[in-house]
Design a binder for this molecule. Sequence first.
Ligand code: ADP
Ligand code: MG
Length: 243
Amino acid sequence: RPQGTALVEARGITKLFGSFKANDDINLSIRPGEIHALLGENGAGKSTLVKILYGSLQPSEGEILWKGQKVGIPSPSAARRLGIGMVFQHFSLFDALTVTENIALALPDRKSRSALAREIEKVSAEFGLPLNPNSVIVDLSVGERQRVEIVRCLLQNPELLIMDEPTSVLTPQEADDLFLTLDKLTARGCAVLYISHRLEEVKQICHHATILRHGKVVAECDPQKESAAKLASLMVGAEIHAL
Ligand code: ADP
Ligand code: MG
């Protein structure tokens, strides 16, 4: 489903924590409509890279191009204004508040609760994310809480949605539901940057994979054309692979 030229490009991204290089000269390019997997073992630098793309960390070196233009992403709100959304691994929802109240707190412009509740119903129906806007978060399953996070992002019409290990908290059924939602999103040209350890699911849903090891890109491939064993060996292997 990926189309056309790059939506976002990272060029030569390096991130130092003290003298430790968490990201080392990373190049990455994501096209509209693409589900782009970011693979790597624990500590490979995946979360660091997506935090840079979402404006919660600044790179030590390198640049980011958005639709061909060099951009700074000084903060998450700047990322959201560009059209970048992120679904977090650990949710930041208020347990005692409803779905609508939580989403209202996260959105920049204030609108009436009833208008927002209608929008939540519309987006959740459109993308297969069943949610009652009046549910209190404490009563929701982990999968439902993730839907709240996704709906929160979708209400801001992202062109790139970043997901860091989204299925690690889901049941197999919830994961399959999420894949249907991602399919609907990419059909509209939204790109997804998808971090996962689960190679079979990456092979099932992702169009492209960038593999990190020790902060460096060691391979890029179409994961649907590689065996899970090959992908795993690229993640842990010793030599540089060019596919
Ligand atoms: P991944 O998401 O692939 O598991 P991370 O990007 O979280 O990897 O981390 C990459 C490396 O950078 C790890 O060794 C981690 O300990 C280190 N690191 C991440 N964030 C910080 C930080 N804020 N300060 C120091 N080191 C960090
Ligand atoms: Mg991580």
